[in-house]
Design a protein around this ligand. Structure first.
Ligand code: NAD
Length: 431
């Protein structure tokens, strides 16, 4: 695959040209403000010490503290972490939340570690990056390969670092308990996490789709939706969409997909059935494939199925120049990060398929993360209803702004989102 950092830079250059951005500002925005590389020694269960490589990239903080997840994956590279931090800057700007862009990563396959090794690695990473994080400096969160439990270990380690006598000279040592909690988001609810965070990305995606449907003057109930991926994002998207009256006609995971019998008759647009039951089946058997009474399909078939809305919610680069032309959906909601390659994007544009870009479609997660930060800082605990209402309002406003920009500049929603985001960041830099 191409270097993601160069891709993020190219993307920025194109937008900067349209916005007439000065070469000075462009030079600043093209690189992270800071990137640190750390070596983390971990005592393995065997007694041997292994050293893992980690990174934290802080791209831009003109709009607020850096914000972005920590990825534990064997393919993590410095370039990938830098690119992801750039995209976080745009995502926070699109969502209108007061944060900048950051990202972290450790080169490791977490599945190969015991629980104890994973905990020691997580704590070691936090010790290494602790001088450059804090509630008003840089606020990490979970990403691929990390979760709430890991955030709990990280907060605990951060607290210990700040309280250790060696930290006396550090400016972060005056932080109180709420501020320590606010340094990480995506925590379990019992240790300062927000209600509604687990569902937030999927729920935000449904709000985006509803806002689009309203704009197009269509109604929800007749729409047939196919979802690729049945993980955190795909499951919650499908479940909430179903509750809102949309028909989920197909869903998949890494082993393949299923398509509803009603759908096979083509007309009805009825869905595949209760998503929760399908999830229970997947938990028991490891896959949605084989769910009784429903036809299996491949992931390739799912992408080109006859439906109104296609929701890639699994991996990057699944819609390519090879299959873009065969896609029948008129709307694509990018719930995964980067599911459409640039060549495929052009083909879809020519076919007049409406693509809601990832930086808007999946911004529900970071938005509720920002609510978690707000609750921690203010020592508040919001009800799930309040979280969901604020999420809806934030997403609807972001959608509206992008839609209007698209109409004004006569560009697609992806271009509109980038124009808006880069403009907001530059205005904040020049303040
Ligand atoms: P997850 O690991 O919970 O789920 C991923 C799903 O994709 C699983 O069902 C898996 O079986 C499926 N999958 C894996 N390989 C596949 C393949 N080859 N074909 C089809 N399906 C395959 O991950 P997630 O948290 O749901 O994240 C999914 C995407 O959404 C990622 O791109 C992630 O970066 C993005 N995202 C997630 C969040 C969040 O809050 N979790 C926020 C923003 C963006």
């Amino acid at each position: 695959m191409e270097n993601p950092f160069l891709n993020a830079q190219k993307q920025l250059e194109k937008v900067a040209e349209q916005l007439n951005v000065s070469s000075d500002i462009l030079a600043v925005l093209k690189v992270p403000q800071k990137i640190i590389e750390v070596n983390i020694p971990v005592k393995m269960d065997s007694g041997e010490v292994k050293v893992f490589k980690g990174f934290r990239s802080q791209h831009n903080n003109a709009r607020g503290p850096y914000k972005g997840g920590i990825r534990f994956h064997p393919n993590v590279t410095k370039e990938e972490v830098m690119a992801l931090s750039i995209w976080m800057t745009w995502k926070c700007a699109v969502a209108g939340i007061p944060f900048g862009g950051g990202k972290g990563g450790v080169v490791v396959n977490p599945k190969e570690l015991s629980e104890g090794e994973l905990e020691r690695l997580s704590r070691g990473y936090v010790r290494a990056i602790s001088p450059i994080i804090g509630p008003r400096i840089d606020v990490p969160a979970p990403d691929v390969g990390t979760n709430g439990k890991i955030m709990e270990w990280m907060v605990d380690e951060y607290r210990q670092v700040l309280r250790s006598p060696r930290d006396k000279t550090r400016r972060t040592s005056f932080l109180n308990e709420n501020e320590i909690l606010a340094t990480f988001t995506g925590k379990p609810v019992e240790v300062g996490g927000s209600l509604g965070r687990t569902e937030a990305t999927g729920r935000g995606g449904v709000f985006v789709l509803e806002a689009l449907v309203k704009e197009l003057k269509k109604t929800n109930s007749k729409l047939k939706v196919a979802v690729q991926g049945m993980g955190n994002v795909g499951y919650w998207f499908a479940k909430i969409a179903q509750e809102e009256g949309l028909a989920i006609v197909a869903i998949s995971d890494s082993r393949g997909g299923i398509v509803g019998p009603a759908f096979a008759k083509a007309s009805a647009g009825k869905d595949i059935g209760n998503i929760e039951k399908i999830k229970e089946f997947k938990e028991k058997t490891g896959s949605v494939v084989g769910f009784p009474g429903i036809k299996p399909i491949t992931n390739d078939q799912l992408l080109t199925i006859d439906c109104d809305v296609l929701v890639p919610a699994a991996l990057e680069n699944v819609i390519t120049k090879e299959n873009a032309d065969k896609i029948k959906a008129k709307i694509i909601i990018e719930m995964a990060n980067g599911p459409i390659t640039p060549e495929a994007d052009e083909i879809l544009n020519q076919k007049r398929v409406i693509v809601v870009p990832d930086i808007l479609a999946n911004s529900g997660g970071v938005t509720v993360s920002s609510f978690e930060w707000e609750q921690n800082m203010a020592q508040e605990k919001w009800s799930e209803k309040k979280v969901n209402e604020r999420l809806k309002k934030t997403i609807e406003e972001a959608f509206e702004e992008i839609w209007k920009m698209g109409e004004k500049e006569k560009v697609d929603l992806r271009k509109a989102a980038y124009l808006l985001a880069v403009d907001k960041v530059i205005k904040a830099m020049l303040k």
